[in-house]
Design a protein around this ligand. Structure first.
Ligand SMILES: [Zn+2]
Ligand SMILES: [Zn+2]
Length: 185
């Protein structure tokens, strides 16, 4: 037992919370996964171009204060800051809600890169997944669940495949055929 051990044995290694301070949390140990997600749901809910997240086991977090939750994603009821996604097994933290900046955490994977803004470069030595990184340990990254996400996915299916033919090889015959079939031009 060290001096900073609480009576229940919880030793916090990181602290975080919302912008206004109504919600505070403590984390124990290091995250099992750190990643970026560019999916439509993460863009919408963060209001930003992507989400940076880190997963801890559910019992590694202690939370104080009142928060609201929409479709498993929680935020401060007062200031609206995005905070975490809690499941039975995991506590997925929005990296930006941690107190230390920079955090020292480095993403090991990037998901939904088909949605990545073109002014963002892929992170070197990082798993790049067109959609969901595999294996997906986090429920909310198991796909875009919102209606917008699904509609967009359908709409962009063609565009994405077309884009992948641009990269190194000359357009395949299939790409040409698809162009002719595209109604949106
Ligand atoms: Zn707040
Ligand atoms: Zn996402």
């Amino acid at each position: 037992m060290t001096a900073d051990t609480n009576e229940d044995g919880f030793v916090a290694t990181r602290f975080g919370g919302c912008r206004c301070g109504a919600v505070r949390y403590e984390l124990r140990g290091e995250p099992s996964v750190v990643g970026l997600c560019h999916c439509t749901d993460c863009r919408k809910e963060t209001g930003s171009a992507f989400l940076a997240y880190a997963d801890w086991p559910r019992n590694a977090i202690r939370i104080a204060g009142e928060f609201s939750t929409f479709q498993a994603r929680s935020f401060c009821s007062v200031c609206g800051s995005r905070l975490f996604h809690l499941s039975e097994e995991h506590a997925e933290i929005c990296v930006g809600s941690l107190d230390d900046a920079p955090t020292g955490l480095r993403p090991a994977r990037e998901g939904w890169i088909i949605r990545r803004e073109h002014w963002l470069n892929p992170l070197e030595d990082t798993l790049q997944a067109e959609t969901d990184p595999e294996p997906s340990t986090v429920e909310q990254h198991a796909g875009e669940t919102s209606e917008i996400g699904m509609i967009k996915r359908k709409l962009q299916e063609t565009a994405v495949r077309a884009h992948s033919t641009d990269q190194s090889k000359p357009p395949a015959v299939e790409g040409e055929r698809r162009k002719q079939n595209r109604a949106d031009g």
